[in-house]
Design a protein around this ligand. Structure first.
Ligand code: FMN
Ligand code: SF4
Ligand code: SF4
Length: 285
């Protein structure tokens, strides 16, 4: 039996489920190697998150922290960046950022998560970007990223865990050079820095609630990953809504409406402009 010399934590947010899938592959592989793993989906349950962060702070010895975010508007989700800033300062703490992206561009998510983790004192020892179906295109038969993550993507994630395990077995684990995550062509970085979720709010279409068909069933409230919806008595979107469109996608009455056709063109144009050759990739030192 493998000796357990360190614990692993997995934090992620996953409105449409693909980052959760990646997190589960990582969790299963870690458990196969008899690692103790704590998993925390963030966004809704602040009490649970606080408790897990406390457990992390109290864990002795080496820890590996996997942090997963979908790419939104070329960046990691702001709530993931906020989480990184809340990670407890620790000795022997190592981090693995992973991002799911919808085939437009993986943007600066890994680069920025890596830099933020290093600034918190976490040694970045690996990273991964995994292609996934674009979560704004669920109404299309042929969305960008269709079929991903697939079995080959899962295998890459398993290889990632193997590499991390091997590396952590060294007395001084090897760190990933920051330049490895700075893979976007620098002229494109300028454009990516001009976009963020707040700006995307002005680009994405407004949602309206059709009060004639809404039954006030509360499903949208239950499915919102960041508790940004209230029924008063119709659904009202709070400022911290992350525009995942879960509420619209999962409403059983199709009572939430928005015209996403202009976005489809935009996603395809961005995919064409970015020409990100490698769909899914793991980065190891
Ligand atoms: C508001 C919004 C913005 C997005 N921005 C990007 C992007 O900049 N680049 C990209 O490739 N995919 C983008 N996506 C697609 C997601 O990154 C992708 O579908 C991801 O797998 C979703 O993760 P989840 O299934 O865990 O929610 C965006 C999706 C949404 C809803
Ligand atoms: S899920 Fe749809 S029908 Fe139910 S409360 Fe929300 S908008 Fe109304
Ligand atoms: S209100 Fe709707 S779009 Fe906004 S975060 Fe919640 S589920 Fe996503």
């Amino acid at each position: 039996m493998a000796e357990t010399t360190f614990k692993s934590f997995i934090f992620y947010c996953s409105p449409a489920g693909t980052t959760r899938h990646a997190a589960k592959v990582i969790e299963s592989k870690l458990k196969l190697g008899k690692r103790e793993v704590t998993v925390c989906e963030i966004g809704k349950d602040e009490k649970q998150l606080t408790q897990v962060l406390r457990n992390l702070a109290e864990t002795e010895g080496k820890v590996s922290v996997f942090i997963g975010s979908p790419v939104y508007a070329s960046h990691a989700l702001p709530l993931i960046v906020d989480l990184i800033e809340r990670l407890p300062a620790k000795n022997q703490s190592y981090a693995v950022p992973f991002a799911t992206w919808g085939g437009a561009t993986s943007g600066l998510a890994l680069e920025e998560m890596g830099a933020a983790l290093a600034a918190r004192g976490y040694g970045v020892i690996a990273a991964a970007k995994i292609l996934a179906v674009h979560s704004l295109m669920w109404q299309l038969e042929n969305p960008v990223g269709l079929g991903h993550p697939n079995a080959a993507d899962d295998r890459l994630l398993e290889e990632l865990v193997d590499g991390v395990e091997k590396n952590l077995g060294l007395p001084e684990p090897l760190l990933l050079l920051p330049a490895i995550l700075e893979y976007q062509p620098r002229p494109m970085v300028e454009d990516m820095l001009k976009l963020n979720l707040q700006i995307a709010k002005g680009i994405l279409p407004q949602r309206t609630v059709n009060e004639d068909v809404c039954t006030q069933c509360g499903e949208c409230v239950a499915q919102c990953p960041v508790a940004a919806l209230t029924l008063t008595p119709w659904p009202v979107f709070a400022e911290h809504c992350i525009l995942c469109f879960n509420c619209m996608r999962l409403c059983p009455e199709n009572a939430i409406e928005a015209d996403l056709t202009a976005i489809y063109d935009r996603v395809r144009q961005r995919a064409e402009a970015a020409r990100e050759g490698v769909p899914s990739q793991i980065y190891l030192p």
